[in-house]
Design a protein around this ligand. Structure first.
Ligand code: ATP
Ligand code: MG
Length: 267
C-alpha cells in the first residue's frame, strides 16, 4: 500500500505572529487532504494571522507549521496552494484585464517561464465563468466593483487548481447570488479532492460545503469539530477524516452567538 499522504495542514503547538508579537498561540490543528474547514471567530481573534501563517506571510514564532507535508515556506511548488487574501482588491499601475489577472494565477502553477497552452486558457475561462464574470473577461479589473474584484481574486486562485485553497472571507462584500454561485464552485472543487480552508463570518450558503469548524478566540483555538446547520446533514458521502467527534456532541453553528462549546486543550 502506498504511504498515506501527509496532512494538508498540520500545526503543532504553533505560535504565529508579527515581529516578536504572538497573535495565535499554542495552536494544534490537523487538516487531512480533502477536508473542508471553516475558520470562525470575532474580529481581531487571529483568523487572518492563522491563514497567513500557513503561507509564510506571518511568522511562526514557536512550534511547527507544515503545509502539504513541508515546513511552511519550504514547499517547492507554491502553485499547489491557492490564496484569496482578505483585504486586497486588485489594484496597481498596470491596467490588467480580468483575463490577465486570472492568467497570473494559472502561471503560478506552471512556473513563470512557461506559456499558457490551450488547456490553461480553458482553465482561466472556466475559473472566470465559475465566479460569474464571463462577460467581463476583457474588461480592466479596475473598472469592476469591489465585490466583482473579490470574485476575480477567487477566480485567480481557482485557475491554478490548487491542492489546498485558503480563502480569507471570500464572500465579504459579495452579493447573495454570487455567494450561492461560489458555494456551488467550492462544492465542486471540494468534491474533486481539494482541501478548503475558508475564513468566514457569514453562515450563508458556504455552510453546506464546509463540514468542520475551528473557532479562534483571542488567538486560541477554542473549538474544533463539526459545523452544523448544513441542510443535508445525514447520510451524505462526507466523512470526517479527522476522527469523528463523540456522539451527541453539539456541532458549531455559524449563527451561534457567543462562545463555542468548551474544548479541553492541553494548556
Ligand atoms: N501586520 C500586522 N502587524 C502587527 N499586528 C497585526 C498585523 N496584522 C494583524 N495584527 C494584529 O493581530 C490581531 C489579529 O488580527 P487578524 O487580522 O488575524 O484578526 P482576524 O481574526 O482576521 O479579524 P477580522 O475578523 O477583523 O478579519 C489583531 O490584534 C491585529 O491588530
Ligand atoms: Mg481577518
Amino acid at each position: 500500500m502506498a504511504p498515506p499522504s501527509p496532512p494538508a495542514i498540520r500545526l503543532r503547538a504553533a505560535t504565529i505572529g508579527y515581529g516578536d508579537v504572538a497573535i495565535v498561540r499554542d495552536a494544534d490543528l490537523t487538516v487531512r487532504p480533502g477536508e473542508a474547514l471553516a475558520v470562525l471567530g470575532s474580529n481581531g481573534s487571529g483568523k487572518t494571522t492563522l491563514a497567513r501563517g500557513l503561507l509564510g506571510l506571518a511568522a511562526v514564532l514557536d512550534g511547527d507549521v507544515e503545509v502539504l507535508g513541508a515546513p511552511v515556506g519550504r514547499l517547492a511548488e507554491r502553485g499547489r496552494i491557492g490564496y484569496v487574501p482578505q483585504r486586497h482588491t486588485v489594484s496597481g499601475a498596470a491596467p490588467a484585464t480580468v483575463r490577465e489577472v486570472v492568467s497570473v494565477g494559472r502561471l503560478a502553477r506552471l512556473g513563470l517561464l512557461r506559456r499558457l497552452g490551450a488547456a490553461d486558457r480553458r482553465a482561466v475561462v472556466d475559473a472566470v465563468a465559475a465566479v460569474g464574470l464571463a462577460d467581463r473577461m476583457g474588461d480592466p479589473v479596475a473598472s469592476l466593483s469591489g465585490g466583482q474584484q473579490r470574485r476575480v481574486l477567487v477566480a485567480r486562485a481557482l485557475a491554478a487548481e490548487p491542492e489546498l485553497l485558503i480563502m480569507d472571507e471570500p464572500t465579504a462584500g459579495v452579493d447573495a447570488a454570487s455567494q450561492e454561485a461560489l458555494a456551488d464552485v467550492l462544492a465542486a472543487v471540494s468534491a474533486g479532492g481539494t482541501t478548503l480552508l475558508v475564513v468566514t463570518h457569514e453562515a450563508g450558503p458556504l455552510a453546506g460545503v464546509l463540514r468542520r469548524a475551528v473557532v479562534v478566540e483571542s488567538g486560541r483555538i477554542t473549538y474544533d469539530g463539526p459545523l452544523t446547520g448544513a441542510e443535508d446533514e445525514p447520510g451524505g458521502g462526507h466523512h470526517h477524516a479527522n476522527g469523528a467527534p463523540p456522539a451527541g456532541r453539539p456541532g458549531y453553528r455559524l449563527d451561534q452567538p457567543g462562545v463555542a462549546p468548551p474544548r479541553t486543550t492541553g494548556a
